[in-house]
Design a protein around this ligand. Structure first.
Ligand SMILES: [Fe+2]
Length: 308
């Protein structure tokens, strides 16, 4: 299979996966999951919205939870470096035929709403209100001690189209999975570790998961213990184990009270230099010692994006 030629100097600088906006039914239940168990901290809250960030995050939010009648993913957020980059991203999406609109979003600078070829609702911003990094505040560490948002995984039949489109915006292909000659998964990154966004071949567009980095492997085990003592072990879906597959990270997948899937992992590798070529895998690519295959619901139970 011919891979696209990497674009090392794109016309604009998208820097990283930044934040997720989701809808939940009960903010109290969500707060217990994300704050008491995962360890995120509250930056702000109202009666119908919770803005959360990880312990090392220096901006206002990486997760926005809004009360809705039905659980849904609303939008994934990415950062660009400058306001000029934001205008160039808008022009790029508009020229490609996608709807674009600048909107007001609390705690964020000028924000661009658009969609990608898979139909994923996206928002880009160059600035967000700063908040103190709490990673030196040992008294704030609890639960899984989630540090920062790392990446998103989207399911869509448009894996090849997504690869080509994101490659054209300067995303580097770190790893990919082939299944009997067709492209099954692509791992795309801007920030220099294996992925900011992953596209996997399933009906979509739907959100598969977001992922937070935690400090150490033992935090994966500790949070499992917490789920057991709180009689919530049914929300532990897959892991803890290691991906002997794309990313090579140790991992744990959890489901929040509304079914949103969150991955926790303690480590990733750098993939930055010009020699770092994409790594090819053949599905099934989830080998751990013997074969650890995700449960069917890991593949097939995903979150719809809210109608817009
Ligand atoms: Fe992941």
């Amino acid at each position: 299979m011919q891979l696209p030629t990497p674009v090392y100097k794109p016309a604009f600088n998208i820097t990283r996966a930044s934040h997720l906006v989701s809808r939940v039914r009960d903010l109290g239940a969500s707060r217990a999951f994300y704050c008491d168990l995962l360890g995120l901290v509250v930056s702000d809250e109202t009666a119908d919205t919770l803005w959360l960030r990880g312990l090392e995050e220096a901006c206002h939010h990486s997760l926005v939870l809004k009360v809705g009648e039905q659980p849904a993913a609303e939008r994934i957020g990415m950062r660009v470096l400058t306001e000029e980059d934001l205008d160039l991203v808008q022009a790029h999406f508009a020229a490609a035929g996608f709807p674009t609109a600048f909107v007001e979003v609390p705690y964020q600078g000028r924000t661009l709403h658009t969609t990608d070829p898979a139909g994923t609702p996206l928002e880009f911003c160059a600035t967000m209100e700063p908040r103190e990094r709490l990673f030196a505040h040992a008294d704030r560490y609890h639960g899984a001690c989630a540090l920062r948002l790392d990446h998103f995984q989207i399911v869509t039949p448009q894996v090849r189209e997504s690869l080509d489109f994101y490659n054209g915006m300067g995303f580097r292909l770190s790893e990919y999975v082939m299944a009997k000659g067709s492209l099954e998964m692509v791992f795309l990154q801007r920030k220099g570790n294996p992925h900011d966004i992953v596209f996997a071949n399933r009906a979509g567009p739907r959100l598969h998961h977001c992922a937070y980095q935690v400090p150490e492997t033992h935090h994966l085990m500790h949070v499992c213990d917490l789920f057991v003592v709180k009689d919530r072990e049914g929300q532990v879906e897959f892991g803890p184990a290691r991906h002997f597959s794309p990313g090579l990270a140790r991992f744990l997948y959890l489901r929040d009270p509304d079914g949103h899937r969150v991955e926790l992992f303690p480590s990733h590798y750098h993939t930055i230099d010009i020699e770092d070529a994409p790594v090819e895998w053949e599905a099934p690519a989830f080998k751990v010692g013997g074969w650890i295959v995700p449960p069917d619901r890991w593949w097939n139970d995903t979150m719809a994006f809210a109608p817009r």
